[in-house]
Design a protein around this ligand. Structure first.
Ligand code: SF4
Length: 734
């Protein structure tokens, strides 16, 4: 008699008739998985698979990557440029020249009438790095508006700001390999299994081998928290209080690494004086973590040989986002946990190329982490681009989140949106809608023509997506990977790089500034600008990057010429004594007084609203809402709600309820679960006209990132469930 697997039917993988596999890097999250797309005999993309010899994902993909080839044929793709006089009129198809001329003329008209900065440009973390660099050259070097930013302000601005404040530069110092060396890991507001599944797998595999303890700080019992050795269910928005209390214990008990502090930092005495005020007994009442646990975690963190911290939006999307990042860095610095294997503070980035925009877009400064505020940097770039140095502003302009307020107040009159959809992604939608209606002119460049923001546009430009284009992306651990064209953009749609170059021709009639046509050539130009800088990529080119399945920066020409192969993994920053990016090489320890300025639950709005992502969807569902295999797992808006609260309010599983905040309301389905406490609901933010109708627009003072994760709502029962279902379906959009 046969037992076990031999009795079972073997798993059969459908034969898709693949005749060729083509290489790319995944275009969803910042993990940076290497992917191969299978083409059948007709050249149609029919399958995706992970690349086995890529260090990042080692053959694996998550639910989004597995179905990524379906993007090419998804519904709603823009096939031709469109134009209209007023945003509420019907669209008229047009040709590329007419559409681009109209944008050029409107930019000039608005700038002439209201000043150069009255026209704003907002891009994304979704494009390829050569596209970011070219857009930066066009916007800073030719159009000349200072109100130019990316939607990365919504996810990574606090990490950027915190790194700059602590270390003198942006740039995550650690890498995935650190999981294999660490003796303890703290995850702050990061739910790896759902947000970054392949990083989770790397972490879990390392943990199973090494057995390091995992401590998760999160108000919700996330999937990662379920796997934690210690879960700290913190009161929303109080991370800085907990960080100060941990440092209080470490310093009180003399557990700090004083030699490292003395050799590498400034500001120790001021930090010590501030954290002195945060004794665990007192702060337990503020942050909701009992004093014994605070002491225990502090002792374990400080006594670990190498301790690592990671974080995501739970830290960044707060009115204290930047301070939360500095707090993580403070903890790392006082225990000597920067620049050594397993000892690091690693921000887990959001979008696939959020890092590329940070490094090369010129949104917050100039290419390769140069500052507008530093005269030598302005001079260097002006000379390299062959533009007048005086044309460059002397400090950065508005952040994306401030640009909409400036539209409201009439300071900004025109807007060019590139691969971003503020009507879905910004908090307090009704306020954003009013701002969009006020624009004299709006151009939307996107691979989809049916985005919510396109309804306010006067010109629509159809762009290519992901592997319809060529270029590089940088992942969370500073690894540059390459995307090769696998499919043609549909209809008349064009790669973003082509669009920027055609627009540049209109502003560059005398041909003073050069705009290479091909991404590999642009990459080499960027390499020249990177020599000797923190993010030196001069040893790389597209071919070598593909062959290596991604290369971590820095990799210099010198290293390449001396025969040193590209690093496979394990490259870290700040490994030498006093090698931080402040002039004296020392990092800053910055005291962080806690300012309690969040919206908190009260009598009228008694429940915390926590928002976040699901594994099957990507941001506003513009992509995944159209891919059946992703969308079927969560096709409608729902909340996680505690069963005790359901019992108290008489709410059944699957019943529709109304969430009401001070901004607006939304209809959602109730999904009872113990993952949230009784005074909190969790609402995935992916659904159109839902979470951001409710969220608050409070901004972090340093990063201007919105506090999406902390606001207050009340829950109302709905008598007419049929009508509620209809309204909820409307929020599905697709
Ligand atoms: Fe793509 Fe991120 Fe999934 Fe990897 S983990 S396949 S990069 S979405």
């Amino acid at each position: 008699m046969l037992f076990g697997r031999s009795k079972k039917n073997p798993v059969r993988i459908a034969d898709k008739g693949v005749v060729e596999w083509k290489y790319a890097a995944c275009g969803y999250c910042s993990t940076g998985c290497s992917i191969e797309v299978g083409l059948n005999a007709e050249g149609k993309a029919v399958a995706s698979r992970g690349v086995a010899d890529a260090d990042v994902n080692r053959g694996k993909l998550c639910l989004k990557g597995i179905f990524e080839h379906e993007l090419f044929d998804s519904a709603g793709r823009g096939l031709e440029p469109k134009i209209r006089d007023q945003w509420h009129q019907p669209w008229q198809p047009t040709d590329w020249d007419t559409a681009l001329d109209r944008i050029h003329d409107e930019i000039l008209r608005i700038q002439e009438k209201y000043g150069r900065d009255s026209f704003a440009v907002i891009s994304t973390g979704q494009m390829l790095t050569e596209e970011f660099y070219t857009l930066g050259k066009l916007t800073r070097g030719l159009i000349g508006t200072n109100n130019y930013d990316g939607n990365t302000t919504l996810c990574m601005a606090s990490a950027v700001s915190g790194y700059k404040r602590s270390f003198g530069s942006d740039g995550p110092p650690g890498c995935y390999e650190d999981f294999e060396h660490t003796d303890l890991l703290i995850a702050w507001g990061s739910n790896l299994p759902e947000q970054h599944p392949i990083i989770y797998w790397r972490m879990k595999e390392a943990q199973e081998k090494k057995g390091f303890p995992l401590i998760v700080v999160d108000p919700r019992v996330t999937m990662l928290a379920q796997n934690a050795d210690i879960h700290l269910p913190i009161t929303p928005g109080t991370d800085v209080v907990l960080q100060n209390a941990l440092m209080h214990v470490i310093l009180k008990e003399g557990l700090q690494d004083q030699d490292y502090i003395d050799a590498n930092t400034n500001g120790f005495e001021d930090l010590k004086a501030e954290v002195e005020k945060y004794d665990p007994t007192t702060v337990a009442k503020i942050c909701g973590i009992d004093e014994d646990t605070i002491r225990h975690v502090a002792r374990r963190f400080a006594s670990a040989g190498a301790a690592m911290q990671i974080w995501t939006m739970g830290i960044n999307q707060s009115t204290h986002g930047s301070d939360g990042v500095v707090g993580i860095n403070n903890l790392a610095l006082i225990t000597g946990n920067i620049g050594k294997p397993g000892g690091t503070s690693l921000s887990i980035t959001g979008q696939c190329n959020a890092m590329g925009t940070r490094e090369w877009s010129s949104c917050s400064g100039l290419p390769n982490y140069r500052y507008l505020e530093i005269p030598e940097h302005r001079k260097e770039i002006a000379k390299f681009w062959n533009i007048d140095e005086e044309f460059l502003p002397r400090k950065r302009g508005m952040f994306q989140t401030d640009i909409y307020h400036a539209i409201e107040s009439g300071q900004i009159k025109g807007l060019w949106l590139i691969a971003t959809n503020p009507m879905s992604s910004l908090p307090n939608t009704s306020r954003i809608r009013k701002a969009m209606e006020k624009l004299e002119f709006c151009a939307v460049q996107d691979c989809y023509e049916d985005t919510e923001s396109a309804q306010y546009a006067h010109v629509y430009l159809p762009a290519g997506t992901w592997a319809e284009k060529e270029g590089v992306m940088t992942n969370t651990e500073r690894r540059i990977n390459v995307v090769k064209p696998i499919a043609e953009p549909p209809g008349q749609a064009k790669p973003d790089l082509w669009i920027f170059n055609r627009m540049a021709e209109r502003f560059n009639r005398e041909g003073k500034v050069t705009f290479p046509e091909k991404a590999p050539d642009i990459f080499l130009e960027m390499g020249q600008l990177s020599v000797g800088r923190l993010s030196d990529i001069s040893g790389m080119d597209h071919e070598l990057i593909e062959k290596s399945r991604g290369i971590q920066w820095p990799y210099t020409k010198e290293e390449k010429d001396s025969g040193q192969p590209p690093p496979r993994g394990g490259r870290r920053l700040y490994t030498e004594t006093a090698s931080f990016r402040y002039e004296d090489g020392r990092a800053k320890l910055i005291p962080l007084p806690f300012i309690d300025n969040n919206e908190v639950p009260d009598e009228k709005f008694p429940v915390w609203l926590n928002t976040g992502r699901l594994i099957e969807h990507w941001h506003g569902r513009t992509k995944t809402g159209k891919i059946g295999n992703n969308n079927k797992y969560s096709p409608i808006p729902f909340i996680e709600i505690n069963p005790d609260l359901c019992a108290e309010m008489g709410i059944q599983r699957g019943e529709y309820v109304r969430l009401v905040s001070r901004r607006s309301d939304a209809i959602v389905m109730a999904e009872p679960t113990q993952r949230v406490p009784k005074n909190m609901v969790f609402l995935p933010f992916h659904f159109h006209d839902c979470a951001n109708r409710l969220t608050l627009g409070l901004l972090d003072p340093h990063s201007r990132q919105p506090a999406y994760k902390q606001s207050a709502v009340r829950i109302e029962k709905i008598a007419d469930q049929k009508e509620a279902a209809r309204l909820s379906m409307e929020m599905r959009k697709f």
